[in-house]
Design a binder for this molecule. Structure first.
Ligand code: FAD
Ligand code: NDP
Length: 313
């Protein structure tokens, strides 16, 4: 039996594992294998330069940051398994964690399985992914290729509004493409966006395809009321149509909100089950950053350590 099992290998899981191993707790981390469509190392393995993670004044590539986090954790004595957890039994301690080939037990569990940004997968999307197409304006918006250029945000919720506001600092113009004639976002966010002269909402409009030569140059849109298709020049396109938290393997044992995010007790990483903690994007639908994930990963390890000390098996 391990002291702590961590499920997930993004910034949250790795940070939790470093704190756990440094507290002298035996720590096993399941990295997953293309779980939620993402490689071991998490979402940052799908991007190029990270310019907002403190400590790297010249930026660092996403895959390098994650392989360094893994090295750091391994140096502290964390054990790794590159396997996807298929199910858990949280009904009694020790908790059980199962993959297709093994079953492991632990006194405490940290869930750090992240969330996957939803995409529409239009015909030419893969060609321009990270060459103008992104799912995180806060992460990529300040890149030189977007400065002074027309940009597009897809979606009508709070994320789309925040992304459009953020991008309006960099782009020449920001078009919000929304499939209905009414926004889902909160009134306050809507008001801010509608008052911003650099932002225009293209109502009742959907994305049909994307195009360009080496990088994104335009999006092909359709007005759903008239059925008319038209090209909109765009050097950047940002998906803001929601995320899917990776929680299927938990069954219904952990309380989630109506969008599937794990509910944690305010100011802690406690879930509804004592001894089970959650960190990173899987429990955060608002901030969704590497540094906030790492921060909650640290919190989860400290919460788990305290729990084990107070409730030894
Ligand atoms: P994730 O990074 O999502 O990692 C979770 C991992 O757990 C994945 O590898 C997944 O496969 C694995 N997993 C899932 N289910 C299981 C299972 N059942 N068993 C085992 N493993 C499992 N943030 C920034 O701060 N700066 C940036 O510049 C930045 N750029 C980004 C660019 C892109 C393209 C994207 C998509 C995101 C970007 N982000 C950025 C956001 C950042 O990547 C996330 O906030 C962060 O990675 C979340 O960390 P996490 O540890 O919660 O989970
Ligand atoms: P939401 O699910 O709230 O909104 C997603 C948006 O994308 C909707 O407008 C939806 O359209 C649209 N959409 C979904 N699928 C498609 C598709 N296939 N094609 C075109 N459009 C699509 O997600 P958010 O990420 O915006 O927000 C998630 C949660 O986080 C919400 O509770 C939100 O309030 C919260 N949040 C709060 C913030 C804050 O308070 N500062 C910041 C960010 C998020 P439609 O409206 O037609 O369904």
């Amino acid at each position: 039996m391990k002291d702590i099992i961590i499920v997930g290998s993004g910034p949250a899981g790795h940070t939790a594992s470093i704190y756990s191993a440094r507290a002298d707790l035996s720590t096993l981390l399941f990295e997953g294998w293309m779980a939620g469509g993402v490689a071991p190392g998490g979402q940052l393995t799908t991007t190029t330069e990270i310019e907002n993670f403190p400590g790297f004044p010249d930026g660092i590539s996403g895959p390098k940051l994650m392989s360094d986090m893994k090295k750091h954790a391994a140096n502290q004595g964390v054990e790794f398994l590159m396997e996807t957890v298929e199910s858990v039994d949280l009904s009694r301690r020790p908790f059980k964690v199962k993959t297709s080939s093994r079953e492991e037990e632990a006194q405490a569990i940290i869930i750090a399985t992240g969330a996957t940004a939803k995409r529409m997968h239009v015909a030419h999307e893969e060609e321009f992914w990270q060459k103008g197409i992104s799912a995180c304006a806060v992460c990529d918006g300040a890149l030189p290729l977007f400065r002074g250029q027309p940009l597009v945000v897809i979606g009508g919720g709070d994320t789309a509004m925040e992304e459009a506001m953020h991008l309006s600092k960099f782009g020449s113009k920001v078009y919000i493409v929304h499939r209905r004639d009414e926004l889902r976002a909160s009134k306050a966010m809507q008001e801010r966006v509608l008052a911003n002269e650099k932002i225009e909402v293209l109502w009742s409009t959907v994305l049909v395809d994307v195009g360009g030569s080496n990088a994104l140059e335009y999006v092909l849109l359709k007005d759903v009321k008239t059925g008319k298709e038209f090209k909109q020049e765009a050097k950047g396109m940002f998906y803001a149509i929601g995320h899917t938290p990776n929680t299927d393997f938990l069954g219904s044992q952990i309380t989630t909100d109506d969008m599937g995010y794990i509910v944690t007790e305010k100011g802690t990483t406690n879930t509804n089950i004592p001894g089970v903690f959650a960190a990173g994007d899987v429990q955060d639908k608002i901030y969704r950053q590497a540094i906030t994930s790492a921060g909650t990963g640290c919190m989860a390890a400290l919460d788990a350590e305290k729990y084990i000390v107070e409730n030894p098996l």
